[in-house]
Design a protein around this ligand. Sequence first.
Ligand code: ADP
Ligand code: ADP
Length: 231
Amino acid sequence: MLSFNNIKKSYTTGDVTVAALKGVSANIRKGETVALCGPSGSGKSTLLNICGLLDDQYEGDIWLNNSPIPKNKNDLTQIRREKLGFIFQRYNLIPVMSVLENIEYPLLMLDMNKRQRMDQVIEIAHKVGLKDHISKRPDQLSGGQQQRVAIARALVKRPEIVIADEPTANLDTSTANMVIDLMRDLGNDMGSTFIVATHDHRMTDRCHRVLDLADGMLQEVQPQLDTRKAS
Ligand code: ADP
Ligand code: ADP
């Protein structure tokens, strides 16, 4: 459903050119949860920005549902608004807005009336277990609850692809496990594909696939299903 074909990207600063991605190819299937791993400087952010349609300066091409992704900003913004959701390490919730308003926010850019928006907001708030907290502000919630709001906000428009950048980095183990299970279950349930940059073994252990970046090149590794942790 999402394919990259020989993606290359370099950054040039003055006389120095750094090849951040040196020809990355992958096919990601609908509903998969894919972990993107690799040491600092290996190209994770660069690839995540390209997958997230935030960057149009690269070589190679990306196909979404058998259509090539265009490389101009207006088309990318349109596709991003309709088909992508984002989850960040630091939640990025809007502090002056309620949980309900935070979750509704991405829908304001789509052609939907208030009633349609509220139906989708309430449905996803229920799925992430926040139904009783929708009128609170983010600072009245725990870290795990805030990340659940962020997940609800990313999923409320039923995106085809969810891009997550270190979503469990700030969470303790039980909260992280809950967030991971939630992402996996909702992804399966709604058919959303998750691409998750992470160093967190709790996360990679539970992903369908692990893509490992090293020095701008991609390697696929089988998830190490650790039976001790799973029990
Ligand atoms: P990661 O997210 O895995 O740490 P990045 O994608 O941020 O990796 O970086 C890959 C390589 O590209 C690194 O060598 C980094 O220094 C370089 N790089 C990233 N962003 C820029 C930039 N804006 N300008 C110049 N070099 C960059
Ligand atoms: P707006 O311009 O109204 O903020 P966009 O269409 O630019 O909305 O953004 C759509 C989605 O992309 C949003 O969910 C936003 O969080 C995310 N996004 C936009 N810019 C960036 C960025 N530089 N880094 C990460 N995510 C971004």
